[in-house]
Structure formats: C-alpha cells, structure tokens
Design a binder for this molecule. Structure first.
Ligand code: MG
Ligand code: MG
Length: 646
C-alpha cells in the first residue's frame, strides 16, 4: 500500500518532520496546514523539498466549516477554497480534506450541504484537484461516516469523495460494518488512529490522546479490514494528535509510525487471507479474495512462538558484580559457570539463568556509560530463533551482531527500544546447551544425574515477569514493539499511586503467558521509578519477578538466607479482609511472612518484594493460584510507600 502520515503526528520543524518521515520509508504525507503556514518558504519550494525526499503530498488538510452554510458565508468560503487550491497546485497536492462543519452557523440540511460540496468539487475539478469530506466526531450536524457518505452520495460529483478516519468512528462507538457497502472508489482517503479508552470530551480526546494503531484500545484492524473490503485502494495514512509525540524525537516516532502500519497491514492480511481461503461463494469471501489479489499488504515472517524468559543479563562494574553475586546466592542461586573469555558469571536456579557481566568493555557498558548494575539483555526462548529475528527485522527492529569467541554459540539478538538487547534462544538447546559452549560449567549436573547433592532449595522456578521503568515517551513505543515484534498482547492500563507521583502500568504477555513484561511509566520526575531511569536513558528493568510453588516455604528459606524484604504495614493486613474475603489462617500466614495478596475473578496472587540493592533494582517472588492474570498492581502502592519510608 501507499503509506502516508500527517505532519501533525511528529515533533520538529516541517523540514525535520519530512526528513524523519522519508527516513522511515513512507511514500507520502498529509500536509497539516499550520505546518505550511509557519514554513519559511513557498508552496513550490515545499513541493520540491518533499519530492526530493521521495515523498508525495497526498492530502492538504484541513479545510474547515464549509458545508451547510448560509449563502453569504458559502460564497466567501468558495473564494477561500480557491486560495487553498492555488497553494495545492503550487506544491503538487492533489486532494484537500474538508472536515464536517463545527460552526454554530451551520444549517441542518443534508441537501444544502451536498449542493455546496458539489459546488466546491466543481471548482476543484477545474484544476483537476479532488475534495475529500470527513465526518468529525464533534461535527455539528455531521459526525458519523454514514451521514458524510449520504451527503457525498447526494452531491454526486466525481471530484468529491469520502475520507474515513478510524478515530471519529470508533470514539463514538459507531459500527464500521457499514463501510463495506460504500463503493471503494468513492472512499478517497483513509486515516488510521488508535486511542486509549478515556471517558472525556471527544474533542479533547482527539486532540491530545490519539495513538498509532496497536498502541490504544480501538479495534483498528476491523476498521481497516472493512475499508479494504469496500474496495478501497488508496493511501493508508496516520493522523495522530498526541501530546507526547509532539515532544518525542521525531525519528523514533516515525519508526514507530511505520511499524504500526506494517503491523496493521499484516494483521488485516491474515484475516483477509483466512476469509479468502474459505471456499465459499459468499459475498464476504469473494470480496476478501479480491482484496488479496489486488492489494499488496505487508506480509512479514509470522509472530514467533515464545516459551519463556530463560536468561537475564546484568551489566555491572566490578564492585556491583560482587554485591549482586552475594545477593543472588542469598536468593538461592548457585554460581554454575564462568565465561571462557570474559569476566562473566552465570547463576542458576530452576529454569532461571542470571548472567552477571562485569566485562569493562561490554556492549552495555560502552553504550550506557554504566555505573553500578543494570539489566542489559533478556534471553527469550523460542522454537525458531532465526524466524523471530527475521520478524523483528521486518518490523523495523535493528539486529545486533555480537562479537563471539571460538566455540561460542551465536544467538540472534535485536535491539529493543531504549537500547537493551533481546536474544532469541533455541528451545532445543536445553538447560545447559546455550551456556556450555561459552562457559566453563561448575555445574553439578552430569547428563540428567546429580553429581553432588543439591543445596537446600528456596523453590524459585522460573521468571514470571520482568518489569521495566520507562520514560513517559517510551510507553507507547514499547507497547507497539511488544505487539508487532514479539507478539505480546497488551493488558489493561492502570494508574498506581507512588507517594511522589502517579505511575502508569501496563502488562504485555504472550498467549500462553510464558513471557510477561510489565511496562511502568512515571508521570512525575520525583518517583522512585523516575529516578531509576537516569541510568540507561529511559528503559531500565526495575524488578524481576520469580515464580514459586509455595511462597511461604520460599519466603522462610529466603529469610533464613538473610534476604531482606520490603516491610508491609500492619494496617495493610487489617484492611485486607475488609476488601476481600480472605481465609483467616491465610491472612495470619501472610501477615507473619510479609506476603501481599491480590484476587481477581480468575485466581489469587501472593507475592513479596525484596529490598532494592542498586539503582532501585529489586526482585519479587510470586505465586499464582488458578488463572490469575495480573501483577498485583493494587499492592504496588504498598510497596512504593514502604520503600519511601525505608
Ligand atoms: Mg482525520
Ligand atoms: Mg511485579
């Protein structure tokens, strides 16, 4: 498809926006009028610059308050339109977006609106320009695409068509199903935007909180699919008004934008291919086959099947490596390997592998100018590491080629937003396979038999989730990366109270929940989460949650090892039975152990946080009971308040 983006979606001067849009691989732009008005140059110069960057100007927007006006205003607006057409001709923009009238002067008469739009289209046609009519969700008389289409149909002019914008339809909870009935060649342009579900004025929502597809809560895939089924073959464009994007570096936003379109296309393609392959003469299958035969939708390698976070690598300076190593021993890990060529140590417990990299010239150290300790890489297990890496590359993530010594296993890696690495580890490698090539194993396992008796276990078995502290402008980037690259679906977005500000938290997980990330953003500069960010410039792991089967046994063993946990107020345990129906014996055990509790419709969650050791990093032990699917978010304020009182 021809991929486009509105200039309003990015930060920077118009020139910088165009360069970022071009670098991200777009085909065209929608020129937002204010960007042109404030541009130091003529329309012709802008046209040249844009063409030199390999971009077309697909749309000039917006043209406001036109249709359904009293005669005098209508005449003036036609003259106003002629001046816009002059500019469009000079810059080479073939279409203007006319959005539905929001003026109190507008008259509720679709026939009048149609007649006036016909007159506008007639003026445009003289110059071989086209007019697209779009229903704004807050339009005074026309707010639904069905109403706008009714007016376009009545106007019946070949240079007048409909512009669809997913935001306006989905924010009003209007049904996109009817789009299929609109002739595809009368849909002149398609703007896609997602948004979080917010209960606020639709105008404020639209102007400040739109997001790229896959970053919000709207069913944008269905909207896009219906438009394609209608026979639409024009540009696929993004029009995103977002306060954060206005300040985010535009190169990064442009890459996110492209990633969101590629992901959207691939999701729609999968659905259409399924419908098309249904050997049916039904209208829907016939239409789907027509789309698949005529429209080229992005077709990346499939989303990889992931089966757990198998290792986490810390970059540490020599001092911190010692501190962290001692803590890991207390946490029940054993030192099982020493890297053959580097100052890197492997710790293991159950299916959890933690790598402490104290190599002074390590990738993470050079990249982040790191002091202390920070997570620099995750290893995710998959049946198809090369496929996973190919998917990531197709979705515009950079590959990372790490230098390897002799006999070391090459594990494909990609760069996650913020700079950390994600390695794809073959499931077939087994528990030692990945490491024995790189590490001199001091392991007690020989084949499947234990050589020496196991040290008393604290019962931590696997990595339940990894929580990241992100800068405000990284959350949407991470939600999109997680979905498009790793196939992790976002859960609900929560706001949690830290004593010094709000934290927004969103979990993302794969279908079988073997890989879970929690994305936390501090809305304030003063929270602990915000302060940990300074270390890696906006994307740091801030805790690692380890699963166990019996949290009380594990906590007892950990306490016996000297592990210190975040103390929980006695008031918490007094309050708990007033909120939830908790068994008295269980409540006493939790109070004695310092364990926190959460309950959902599907199960229970028992958990406890260790004191943090450096840069706010800490561990969490968790026990999931039933099909509990959250992260104990309701207890995070108890932790944050306790940490603040340390
Ligand atoms: Mg729009
Ligand atoms: Mg957690």
């Amino acid at each position: 498809m021809h991929r486009s983006i509105a200039t309003v979606s990015l930060s920077g001067t118009l020139r910088q926006k165009l360069e970022a849009i071009s670098a991200a691989g777009f085909d065209g732009i929608e020129l937002f009028e204010n960007d042109f008005i404030n541009f130091n140059g003529s329309a012709a110069e802008l046209g040249r610059i844009t063409r030199d960057l390999g971009l077309s100007i697909d749309l000039y927007q917006p043209f406001r308050d036109f249709e359904g006006m009293p005669e005098a205003q209508f005449r003036r607006s036609l003259e106003r339109a002629e001046r816009k057409f002059d500019l469009m001709e000079a810059m080479g923009a073939p279409m203007v977006l006319c959005c539905s009238n929001t003026s109190p002067a507008t008259i509720d008469d679709p026939a009048l609106a149609a007649a006036q739009l016909h007159a506008l289209a007639e003026r445009a046609a003289r110059r071989n320009l086209r007019v697209g009519f779009e229903a704004l969700a807050w339009g005074r008389k026309t707010s639904l695409y069905g109403q706008a289409w009714d007016i376009v149909r009545r106007a019946d002019h070949s240079h007048l068509g409909l512009i669809l914008d997913s935001f306006h339809t989905l924010s009003l909870k209007d049904d996109p199903a009817g789009i299929v009935e609109i002739p595809g060649d009368k849909i002149f342009f398609l703007q896609m935007a997602d948004a979080p579900l917010l209960d606020m004025s639709v105008l404020q929502w639209a102007r400040h909180h739109r997001s790229f597809p896959a970053q919000g809560d709207f069913d944008v895939v269905t909207f896009f699919e219906k438009t394609l089924l209608a026979g639409y073959a024009g540009p696929l464009s993004l029009e995103i008004f977002n306060d954060v994007f206005r300040e985010t570096p535009n190169r990064r936003t442009a890459v996110d934008a492209m990633r969101s379109l590629l992901y959207l296309e691939s999701q729609a393609r999968e659905r259409l291919a399924r419908q098309a392959s249904a050997a049916s003469a039904r209208e829907a299958s016939v239409r789907a086959r027509r789309v698949c035969d005529t429209i080229e939708l992005f077709n990346p390698p499939p989303i990889p099947a992931l089966s757990g976070v198998t290792f986490i690598e810390f970059a540490a300076d020599a001092n911190s490596a010692g501190t962290l190593g001692a803590l890991l021993l207390q946490l029940g890990f054993r030192r099982v390997g020493q890297h053959r060529s580097k100052d890197v140590v492997l710790y293991r417990q159950g299916d959890i592998h933690l790598i402490v990299n104290a190599q002074p010239d390590s990738f993470a150290r050079s990249r982040f100018d790191l002091h202390g300790t920070s997570v620099c890489a995750l290893g995710i297990r998959t049946d198809d590491p090369l496929g996973a890496a190919a998917r990531a590359t197709a979705m515009r993530s950079a590959r990372h080629e790490s230098p390897t010594g002799p006999d070391e296993v090459q594990v494909p890696a990609i760069v996650a937003p913020g700079g950390n690495l994600v390695h794809f580890v073959a499931s077939s490698l087994g528990s030692n396979g990945l490491y024995e090539a790189d590490f001199i194993m001091e392991d007690d396992v020989e084949g499947d038999r234990l050589k020496v008796p196991k040290a008393p276990s604290v019962g931590l078995t696997s990595i339940d989730h990894v929580a990241l502290g992100l800068a405000v402008d990284q959350l949407d980037t991470w939600v999109l990366f997680s979905g498009a690259v790793l196939g992790l679906e976002p859960g609900e977005s929560l706001e949690l109270a830290d004593p010094f500000g709000l934290i927004r938290s969103r979990g993302v997980a794969n279908v079988d929940r073997s890989v879970r990330l929690v994305l936390n953003v501090s809305m304030s500069q003063r929270t602990r989460t915000a302060r940990t960010l300074s270390v890696t410039g906006g994307g740091a792991v801030h805790h690692i949650a380890l699963a166990c089967d019996d949290i009380f046994e594990s906590v007892a063993a950990l306490r016996a090892n000297g592990v210190r946990f975040v103390p929980i107020s006695a008031n918490y345990y007094d309050d708990l039975p007033t909120r939830l129906d908790v068994d008295a014996v269980l409540l006493d055990r939790m109070r004695a152990a310092g364990v926190l509790f959460d309950r959902s419709a599907t199960g229970d969650y028992l958990h406890i946080y260790t004191e943090s050791f450096e840069q706010g990093l800490f561990f969490e032990a968790v026990q999931r009971i039933g099909a509990y699917d959250g992260y104990g978010a309701s207890n995070a304020p108890a932790r944050m308040a306790s940490q603040a009182q340390e």
